[in-house]
Structures are given as C-alpha cells and as structure tokens.
Design a protein. Structure first.
Length: 457
C-alpha cells in the first residue's frame, strides 16, 4: 500500500463514525447503522479509488455513476495549475492510460467510460472538503482529489432528470383527460347513432289523429283551464279537457256552449283534450272575441211585461191572478213564499208553460237544487226549456257549483242579446247548501246560518 493511501487512511481514522457516515452518504455509499468504523473507512477508500484491485485498469461502474461531469479541457487546465503535486501522484496511472489508448490504434477503439452527471460534483467536493478539514493530511487529500479528477476526465453523457412531482401530475392529468375524451367520443357516437334512428323515425309520416266531435257547457276553473260538461252541468266521465292555450286563443268564458273536436286521451291522461273549436254559443269563434262583458252592460228597470194569461186556456186561473196581482217584467225578480206542501212546484210549472206559450223568444231555464229525482224527471217531461238539476243525493258543493254554472250560462246568453228567465226551486235549499259548503267564519246568525253563506245567493 502506498504512502498516500496510508496517509489518507490515517486522516479518515482520526474522524469519528458520524463524520465518516456523512462522507459515505455524500458519496452514495450504501451503509447501515451497524457498519463499523473500519468498514466505513475501507468503503470510502475503495470508492475514491485509493485502494482496490481494479482501480488501476478502469473505474468501477458504480463509482463512475457518481462522478461529476468534467470536460478534458477543464481537467488539463486544472492539472497545469496544480503543478508538481499532481505530477508526483499520478505518473503511473497516466502511463497506463496512455499505453491502453496507444495499443488500440485509435481513441475511438476503446470507448471511454460513461459518467452519469446528475449531482455527483457536489458530493465529491464535499468529500474533498471533509478530508481537507482533517488534521495532518491536507496535502495527501488534495493529491487524492486531483487523482480522481484526472482519472474520470472522460466523455460524459447527460442523463435527463426525473420529472418533478408537478410534471408527473400534469402528465397524469393529461392521460386522464385523453382517456375521458375517448369515452366521451364513444358516448357521442352512440348518441349520434341514436339520433340518426330518431331522425329516421321522425322522417316517417305520423299517423293522423282522429278527432271526435264534442259539445257542452264550458266550466272554467280559477287556474285558467276548464272542462266541457257534456250532457249536463255536473262532472261526468264524458267531460273534455280544455287547455289554457285554447281558452286564451278563442277568449272562452265560463258558461259558453262550445262545439269542436277533441282527440282521445293518452295513456297518462284522464280526459280527452279539445284541439279544435268550431262554434261558440252557435256563432263564429272569431266573433266571440269581441263580444261585450256582462259586467259592462247597463242595468235598467223592467219596462216590458211577460204576459202569462193564455187565450187558448181560459181555465188557467193561476196565470190570470199573477198578471193582476204581481205582474212579471223582463229584468224583474219574483219570489213565491208558501208553507211546505202548499203547491209551489205546481205554480212554477204553470208559469213555465205560460212563458213558453206567450214568449217563444225567451230562453227558459229551470234550476232544481236539492230536489227529489222524481220531481226532476217530472219537470223535464213537462217543460220544453232547459232543466238543470242537482238532486238531494249529491253533495252541497255540487249544488253550489251547478247553480253558479247555470247563472254564468244565463249571462253568456244575455251578452248575445237574448232574454233569459230562470226558475229556481228552491232558494231555501240553495242557501242551506251554501251554508254547508262555506267554511265556518265563527259568526252564526239566527236560524243557524253562517254570515259568510249569505254573500253568494
């Protein structure tokens, strides 16, 4: 072993184990916590090339990877500046390298070892500084450092550093984005295929919708839509739904008699829907948009008398007495007051027959509320006019609804310029129905009638 090796070993042996471990770590020498101090010294000397059998021929691959990049020009300049110290230490090593290159014929014949230049220069400098700081060995340490520089002044290859965590995250994000884009493209292609099928289906001619002719009295709700009551003023399965758009388009009002066409109900619908309007109150639908409102008409005192006495029936004393005692005029209200079972219904029938006989231009409506079904049948058989009824087996809400719809129907006829007569039987039962249907207000008047029930009649 040479004098330089002994001197360097002596310098390293004077340091404690912690410093030697730090030097070994700087040189990327694999050690454990149980490695002895003498083993650390041997590992450091072996890594620096001071001792070992293969140091003279070529540096080990593991040591070569830990050397820093240096160009030949830099090494030659540094060697010239160092002077005699480097010449005394490494003549044999330089001769050996020269002989090897000469025998090969050309320099390219023997490829120089590849040095990985990543971060080995700071580690070698740390080694040199750590050794130089030791006592009684500064010259030997400097010689060793220069020997290492001359030995590894060879061709270097730069190795690209590993991507930073941010770059790796961006790469991973780009990969996920491309994968998601491919999935979206596949879904889009699937939708496009489905869209093509939809377009093919839409291009096929749709089957014509068959419309059914319907007619009835329109009953509008507060929400704006309504139902066309067919056959009667009461709700029934034959009703037809009237949408808000149809109501606004034709200016429909509650109580209008509408004739049109309706399509069949869909699977999720309960009633057929009206899609065509042919007539409103027997006239053109366009004329119904400009008709006056009942609230805007001018009320006047009755000046035209409704004559009830008929020359063809001189035995009808009832009509003669009404004309003499309490004549009835157009626009007048009359009330028949009598105890139960006194013949009120019979008098009403005589009045209805007389109006139909003497005043054929008057539209007659008979409204029966909370009456017996047989009385309703008898009235319909004896009177030619329109009979609207809600028997006693119906709830009070239907009694009030029928009476209000009949009143609205009369208003629509008056807007058209017709005279209308309503015969109501009876007003006592209608007031009772309003009293039951009206929510309790807490103010009960004489007879058990709620104060809120007196407003509608």
């Amino acid at each position: 072993m040479s004098t330089e090796s002994q001197l360097e070993r002596s310098v390293l042996e004077k340091k404690d184990r912690t410093e030697l471990a730090q030097i070994a770590g700087a040189m990327q020498i694999k050690t454990t916590s149980r490695t002895k101090k003498s083993d650390l010294v041997d590992l450091i000397l072996t890594a620096t090339g001071v001792i070992g059998s293969n140091v003279e021929s070529s540096p080990p691959a593991s040591s070569a990877k830990t050397r820093s990049p240096r160009s030949p020009k830099t090494v030659q300049a540094k060697s010239a500046d160092e002077g005699s110290a480097s010449e005394a230490v490494a003549p044999a090593r330089a001769d050996t390298q020269k002989d090897t290159l000469t025998t090969s014929g050309t320099e390219a014949a023997v490829p120089p070892p590849i040095v990985v230049t990543n971060s080995t220069m700071p580690r070698r400098r740390a080694l040199g500084s750590a050794v130089r700081n030791g006592s009684n060995g500064q010259s030997a340490t400097a010689s060793t450092d220069e020997l290492i520089d001359q030995e590894f002044a060879v061709k270097t290859v730069d190795v690209p550093e590993k991507p930073a965590p941010e770059d790796a995250g961006e790469a991973r994000h780009a990969a996920e984005f491309s994968e998601g884009a491919s999935r979206r493209n596949r879904r889009r292609r699937g939708r496009d295929r489905g869209g093509d099928r939809d377009r093919e289906t839409a291009s096929e001619p749709a089957a014509p919708v068959e419309l059914t002719d319907v007619d009835g009295i329109l009953d509008l709700r507060e929400e704006g839509f309504g139902f066309l009551r067919s056959g009667s003023y009461l709700p029934s399965p034959k009703d037809v739904y009237v949408a808000i758009s149809v109501v606004r388009k034709f200016g429909l009002r509650k109580g209008d008699h509408v004739i049109g066409g309706a399509r069949a109900a869909n699977a999720n619908e309960k009633y057929p829907a009206m899609v065509r309007v042919d007539q409103i109150n027997g006239g053109d639908p366009e004329l119904a948009k400009v008709r006056p409102k009942f609230e805007e008409l001018t009320p006047l005192f009755p000046d035209v008398k409704l004559v009830l006495e008929t020359p063809k029936d001189p035995a009808n004393v009832t009509a003669r007495i009404v004309d003499l005692v309490s004549p009835i005029g157009k626009g007048q209200r009359g009330l028949i007051v009598s105890p139960p079972k006194a013949g009120k219904t019979t008098i009403m029938k005589h009045i209805a027959h007389c109006i139909e006989a003497n005043n054929p231009d008057v539209f007659l409506m008979v409204l029966l509320v909370d009456e017996r079904p047989e009385e309703v049948t008898d009235m319909r058989r004896s009177v030619k006019g329109e009979v609207v009824a809600s028997t006693f087996d119906r709830p009070a809400e239907e009694h009030t609804a029928v009476s209000e719809l009949a009143l609205e129907r009369a208003k629509r006829l008056v807007e058209l310029g017709k005279d209308v007569v309503i015969i109501l039987d009876g007003i006592t039962r209608l007031a009772r129905a309003y009293n039951l249907a009206q929510p309790a207000s807490g103010r009960i008047m004489s007879g058990g009638v709620d104060s809120g029930a007196l407003y509608p009649p």
